[in-house]
Design a protein around this ligand. Structure first.
Ligand code: UPG
Ligand code: MN
Length: 732
């Protein structure tokens, strides 16, 4: 295990860490829980041998095996969660030479789903870092190939010359102008007032251009850049166009409006696209930026952010340096990942968009082993990590891309720009190691998880700073259908990892050890989570409706094993959540969303993954919409589920809701008639019914646009009928 012990610079430590206090009790409990699982498996095998209904028994057995494997994954990450602190105030006193050059990559893909003003704010928030400005280069990858986004960024460049000195002089913390100017918590100086007007003007211009769909000549104020818009010819489409690289601001010549410091580089990149070459979605976009930035600036530190994730703390890059410069760990430190956090979550967060288990609980667990995984955004990299293991540098095909080269030519030199265009070409990667041995790795729609995992397997390590003030704030989907689609993409991408030759369960455990391997195996197998959910959501209930019991009776000692395992696992889940600062209500919603996700996104990801492997369908990166819908936002704020447009994905969960309600009613009737002992079945059905309350409410009471569509209710009713009839044949 890595020991990231105290590191001293000038007699003072730059970072420390401490394990969580719950670790030892959790380890002891894990041993007890494992004994419980072993006993349950014995019980299943025993009943399988003696059973008269082998089909039912084996289904329950399969469900429990899957649940046990998932539990093992969480237990591995409960072994040693840690929290870190770093002391950037000690670093900032250092001379300017101790601040390495920093390349920032921002990805955007669609001007309508990702409004250009959002990209502008993200770019401004990182350009304004408390860091030597001329050492920062911001690269924007525009996979939407949109002149609207380019126009917005030109405006951003102009505005930044006023915004940066303002922030630095006044020590502003919110360096996304949108956030700063919408805040009500401070009084406004004249200077701030003027800037606000300037910002509003820019916003109006950009939004007007986006609405009209094209950049009209009168809006272009800079003659130098007029020509570039001619590239958007009639033949230009987002799937088929030449590469466009435009230096919008240059740290050699551009000064801020007070003429005191040099501005950061701001460079727009839209890689060449053609319908016949694979572009590998975001992974391909990042690899293009890796090469383009290597040609132009080749900074040793790289920050990747999504356009919907702005910087919330200007000192963040210095925090990352507290680790990258530590001589004890720097030779193997591949990346420093900041937790994903979200702005504007409602109090109870009904869709569990905070994803606390994924972005906090699992991450601190990983951090106590070999390091957190990469989450696609808010992550600082050592450029070297993209080129082979710490001990074995894999050279790129041309010398200009070597991670150790000093880029000393002018940003605007013809030679540099020509090469930058070349490496952004859509056929450039053919017959190279990009995507397989160097750069971001291809082969999964969750390129982040996959790439971080491969880095760890190569021997790289990572750390997770968890500052109190969030380093980054991101946007999140606010309607159920958006959440389900996002999660389906994740689950699908994860399955691609699970069933590849680098599967964490085989390759991972071999190269990372048991705990890290099991931890990494959890998410890739999300698709399988749907199996126990369907079995536990239907089988005992259908059997109850037929008057047959599948679980042990209260008089049977095995009854208590079920109770112990269920409550044990659930209590631990709750404690994880609450210890990391979550509220009980949010936990309840979070566990409900795990059930819903399992029965919608994960199930359909599993189906589509199977179809894809049978060559029956394909699946792409469906960008989540960040455009605001007032009605949808209102329902989210009021904790009202938005089932929205009719989706086949809602069918299984609605069916299970109806079956469980029927089973509960029937079970209570039997209970009071005193005929049979169905206590476990009844407990399970009541648990499901409580979780499904929003569904019943929607079927019975709601009339608004966000209610469960009639078509889904009707189909679910039909499926329920068919299930009950088939249950009758199965159990009788
Ligand atoms: O062809 C594409 C598709 C997407 N993107 C960008 O990828 C980012 C993430 O897309 P988004 O729709 O916001 O997806 P999320 O589900 O919010 O993203 C999470 O999941 C992704 C993997 O599926 C990771 O890449 C992200 O970093 C992580 O935040 C955005 O900046 C997009 O502009 C591209 O650059 N090119
Ligand atoms: Mn996103």
């Amino acid at each position: 295990m890595e020991s990231h012990v105290k590191h001293s610079v000038g007699g003072s430590s730059l970072h420390t860490y401490h394990p969580c206090r719950r670790n030892v009790p959790f380890r002891i409990y894990a041993v007890i829980h494992i004994c419980g699982i072993v006993a349950l498996m014995y019980h299943h095998v025993h009943s399988l041998v003696t059973a008269d209904k082998p089909l039912v028994t084996s289904m329950l057995f399969i469900a429990d095996v899957v649940l046990a494997l998932f539990w093992a994954g969480t237990a591995a990450l409960r072994f040693n969660p840690v929290h870190r602190s770093e002391y950037p105030e000690k670093y900032v006193a250092k001379p300017v030479v101790d601040f390495p050059k920093l390349d920032v990559f921002i990805c955007t893909a669609d001007p309508y789903k990702e409004p250009p003003m959002m990209v502008v704010n993200t770019a401004l928030s990182v350009m304004a870092y408390d860091y030597p400005s001329d050492k920062i280069s911001v690269y924007i990858s525009d996979d939407g190939g949109s002149s609207l986004t380019l126009f917005a960024l030109m405006e951003a460049a102009k505005f930044s010359k006023h915004w940066l000195p303002f922030c630095k002089r006044n020590n502003i913390l919110d360096r996304s102008p949108e956030v700063y100017f919408s805040s009500k918590s401070h009084s406004w100086s004249d200077e701030a007032q003027n800037l606000k007007i300037m910002y509003k003007d820019m916003k109006n211009r950009v939004e007007h251009v986006v609405e009209s769909g094209k950049v009209e000549a009168e809006f272009i104020t800079c003659d130098k850049s007029r020509g570039v818009f001619d590239l958007w010819s009639d033949k230009f489409t987002r799937h088929d166009h030449p590469s466009i690289i435009q230096v919008l601001q240059n740290n050699e010549t551009d000064m801020d409006d007070t003429n005191t410091f040099k501005m950061p580089n701001l460079i727009y990149v839209s890689r060449e696209k053609s319908k016949v070459s694979p572009h590998h979605f975001k992974a391909g976009a990042l690899n293009t930026l890796l090469r383009v930035s290597a040609v132009i600036t080749n900074s040793p530190i790289i920050l990747t952010v999504d356009c919907d994730v702005y910087s919330n703390d200007p000192v963040t890059p210095v925090r990352a340096l507290c680790y990258f410069t530590d001589p004890k760990i720097k030779s193997t430190l591949g990346f420093v990942q900041f937790p994903q956090r979200f702005q504007g979550l409602s109090k109870n967060d009904i869709y569990a968009c905070e994803c606390k288990r994924i972005f906090v609980i699992m991450m601190i667990g990983f951090d106590g082993l070999l390091g957190p995984n990469y989450h696609g955004t808010g992550c600082f990299f050592n450029r070297r990590v993209f080129f082979g293991s710490p001990s074995n540098l894999i050279l790129p095909e041309i010398d200009e891309l070597r991670p150790d080269r000093i880029a000393d030519k002018s940003v605007n030199s013809q030679e540099v720009l020509a090469l930058a265009h070349k490496v952004a070409g859509c056929n450039y990667e053919r017959n190279t190691n990009w995507g397989s041995k160097i750069g971001i790795r291809y082969g999964s729609l969750v390129e982040d998880y996959y790439t971080g995992y491969r880095f760890h397997c190569e021997g790289w390590r990572s750390v997770l700073p968890t500052p109190k003030r969030a380093a980054f704030y991101g946007d999140f989907p606010k309607s159920l259908i958006d959440v389900m689609n996002q999660q389906k993409r994740w689950a699908f991408g994860h399955l691609e990892i699970a069933f590849s030759k680098y599967s964490p369960i085989t390759y991972g455990i071999k190269s990372l050890g048991l705990l890290m391997g099991l931890g990494y195996a959890q998410s890739p197998f999300w698709g399988l989570w749907s199996i126990p959910l369907i079995i536990y959501g239907l089988l005992p209930q259908l059997s109850l409706l037929c008057g047959v019991s599948v679980f042990p009776k209260t008089s049977d000692p095995w009854f208590w094993l079920y109770i112990f395992l269920f409550f044990g696992a659930y209590t631990q889940d709750l404690l994880d959540f609450v210890f990391e600062g979550g509220s009980y209500r949010r936990w309840w919603n979070d566990q409900r969303m795990w059930l819903i996700r399992g029965l919608t996104s994960f199930l359909f990801a599993l189906i589509e993954f199977t179809l894809k492997n049978l060559n029956l369908s394909t699946f792409g990166f469906n960008v989540t919409s960040k455009a605001d819908d007032e009605e949808v936002n209102k329902r989210y704020e009021q904790d009202i589920f938005d089932f929205g447009s009719s989706s086949y994905m809602l069918l299984p969960v609605t069916t299970i809701a109806i079956v469980n309600l029927l089973a509960l009613v029937w079970g209570l009737y039997i209970l009071f008639a005193g005929r049979e002992d169905f206590v476990l079945e009844l407990m399970l059905a009541s648990f499901a019914v409580v979780n499904c309350l929003p569904i019943y409410e929607s079927i019975a009471l709601r009339k608004d646009d966000g209610k469960l569509p009639n078509m889904v209710c009707f189909s679910a009713g039909t499926v329920t009928f068919v299930l009950i009839v088939s249950g009758y044949f199965l159990f009788k």
